[in-house]
Design a protein around this ligand. Structure first.
Ligand code: GLU
Length: 180
């Protein structure tokens, strides 16, 4: 049972994401990662370790973006390796996922995705499809992709050329959005 956090605002996102992930630690996890968007570029830091290992990670501390997403992973598809930790990035799209995409193998075959995938996860298939369908309209791409997914998901996403927005969509798995 993983944890997902997203932040958009005026403060540096990295410590807020880490604090959020620490609060979700009770759910259990095996790896952790965060991504922030700065100067139209998304930077990621992932680790097999605990959330605290990211808090002390110099690469993570260098993330200066004020928009970001974070994830603690409970592996369902693919071993506990850094490459399988979320966020997953494909082209313009970076996302985190809670849940299981049951038809991920069919999607890989139907859309010929094998050559673009770098992890063993069901999640990266969603990122690859999202990037394939993204032509500048994020909501349209999200709607088209989620129609193809079987299973449960909470997805939180950033697009490299959309610096002011975090997108979230869910099926069964919960998401809470708050303004403060
Ligand atoms: N199925 C995804 C994976 O194995 C997400 C697991 C989770 O909810 O943490 O990476």
């Amino acid at each position: 049972m993983c944890g997902i956090v997203g932040y958009i605002g005026s403060k540096k996102a990295e410590p807020i994401l880490i604090d959020g992930l620490l609060r979700l630690e009770y759910r259990g996890y095996d790896s952790v990662g965060i991504a922030t968007l700065e100067n139209n570029k998304i930077n990621l830091v992932k680790s097999k370790g605990r959330v605290n290992s990211l808090a002390e990670n110099e690469e993570a501390q260098k993330l200066i973006g004020t928009l970001g997403i974070g994830h603690t992973r409970w592996a369902t598809h693919g071993g506990v390796y850094k490459k399988n930790a979320h966020p997953h990035q494909c082209g313009n799209v970076t996302l985190v996922h809670n849940g299981i995409v049951e038809n991920y193998r069919e999607l890989i075959e139907d859309y010929n995705l094998q050559s673009v995938l770098q992890s063993e996860t069901d999640t990266e298939v969603v990122a690859a499809l999202m990037d394939m369908y993204y032509k500048g309209d994020a909501e349209e791409a999200i709607q088209r992709v989620v129609r193809k997914l079987k299973g449960t998901f909470a997805l939180v996403m950033m697009f490299e050329d959309k610096p002011g927005v975090i997108y979230a969509i869910r099926n069964v798995s919960p998401i809470v959005v708050a303004k403060c």
